[in-house]
Design a protein around this ligand. Structure first.
Ligand SMILES: O=C(O)CCC(=O)C(=O)O
Length: 425
């Protein structure tokens, strides 16, 4: 269990602060240009597609529907997903019980250290952000489960059993969805699975207390998710909104469905065929809201790059390759920004597309040939030289164009994974 780094007498959690105030404290108030404009949100006419997974084994239709939803919305809902109602109800129930425990009991899990793999905290990153978000959250790492289970809260008494059961089921659903998404891109069924290396799975239990002035603040401001896919369970209180064609759409709760969105890593793997879309959580003055996103991730050392099969003359390579730990570190350091972190990884000098039927493993970036121009040699060398270097160095070496002599280099990409704990929002 993470140790509390604040005393239980301080009101560090929003739940305790919000219970007896009738104005939003100034540190939660957004500038006028960055407020939710709740009256402009489309909550009736349109929504994200609802896809029935019941016919999955017998039909290609589901693959086509999910592919279309990933292109048009970056979001979809699923029903008949195979997760028993009881597992979902128990998960929601223990989450509610957790946040209803006395402050002293909850504070046992409190930490503002983002490297902790189990922790209760508030807003997004209390150490760096200028404006706070109207949210408390319990964050849990959940895969491999036996590595983290002992850290999870032991109260309420059924917390670990019920949450572990939920995690196992959601992981199976994630794996199924990743197969469908691979197929919908025309890739082998297990392409994305293999690209994630050892895989990671995290979960947040988001608690949004009632807010006296919801028009001034956010539960979470617009952001994209840095991971692969997110599978969200929400209670029966609306709050999630998704950006579509420059308009915010409310995703009103449908019991026993999950909301799925593709994250930044699928946008990269798909070479921009599928988009990781901005979404946000708004709050209301009447009632608390709980949402439980599962963030399915690559493992930190996984090397992510556009699938070579999705690169050609009409679809030039959009991103350089990177480790997920590198991506996540940039994401976390920037805070929740509406400008996508993906732009920091766009390739400026494009990586060569792969020849059809090449044997490059699919979780490894395509080989690149760069041309460098060191001081003129006394005798020209033309044989390929294999070198090791960090990706940063290689990618900062843009080709130069002196005509008098050139040495072709076949660059060997040597991943330099940083051993970070990866903590999505
Ligand atoms: O509460 C929600 O509906 C959205 C949660 C979310 O986007 C997140 O936790 O990253």
């Amino acid at each position: 269990m993470a140790m509390a780094s604040a005393s239980a007498s301080q009101k560090v959690l929003l739940l305790d602060l919000a219970s007896n105030i009738n104005h939003v404290p100034t540190n939660y108030i957004r500038p006028i240009s960055d407020r939710p404009n709740l009256d402009q949100v489309d909550s009736i006419d349109d929504s994200i597609p609802l896809i029935d997974l019941h016919s999955l084994t017998s039909s290609n239709h589901v693959v086509q529907q999910i592919g279309q939803a990933c292109k048009d919305y970056g979001f979809f809902q699923v029903k008949n997903h195979g997760i028993p109602d009881e597992v979902i109800t128990n998960m929601m129930q223990i989450s509610r019980e957790f946040f209803r425990m006395p402050q002293s009991e909850r504070m046992k899990s409190y930490s503002d250290d983002p490297s902790k793999t189990t922790r209760l905290s508030t807003s997004f990153n209390v150490k760096t952000e200028k404006v706070s978000n109207w949210r408390d959250f319990l964050r849990l790492h959940c895969y491999p489960l036996d590595q983290y289970l002992h850290e999870w809260p032991s109260s309420p008494s059924s917390f670990r059993d019920n949450a572990a059961e939920y995690c196992r089921h959601v992981r199976q659903l994630a794996l199924t969805l990743l197969e469908i998404i691979s197929e919908s891109l025309g890739l082998e069924k297990d392409y994305i699975n293999r690209a994630l290396d050892k895989h990671g799975q995290h979960m947040a239990l988001n608690y949004y207390p009632p807010c006296p002035q919801p028009e001034l603040t956010y539960g979470l401001p617009g952001h994209t998710d840095p991971n692969v896919i997110t599978i969200l369970l929400q209670d029966d209180v609306p709050g999630l909104q998704v950006l579509n064609n420059d308009k915010w759409l409310a995703v009103n709760p449908i019991p026993h469905t999950f909301i799925v969105n593709i994250g930044d890593q699928i946008q990269v793997l798909s070479n921009d065929r599928y988009k990781s879309v901005l979404h946000r959580a708004v709050v209301n003055c009447y009632t608390e809201r709980i949402s439980i996103p599962t963030f399915y991730c690559p493992s930190p050392e996984a090397i992510i790059a556009p699938a070579p099969e999705l690169i050609d003359k009409d679809h030039p390579c959009q991103y350089r390759s990177f480790t997920y730990s590198e991506y996540y570190q940039k994401f976390w350091n920037r805070g929740l920004a509406t400008e996508t972190c993906l732009d920091l990884f766009r390739s400026n000098s494009c990586v060569a597309s792969r020849e059809p039927n090449s044997t490059t493993p699919n979780n490894f970036p395509p080989p690149t040939t760069i041309v460098i121009t060191p001081p003129p040699p006394t005798k020209a060398t033309t044989s390929p030289i294999s070198i090791e270097s960090t990706r940063e160095t290689q990618l900062n070496n843009s080709p130069t164009t002196r005509n008098d002599w050139q040495i072709p280099l076949h660059i060997t990409f040597v991943p330099q994974p940083q051993q970070l704990n990866l903590l999505p929002p």
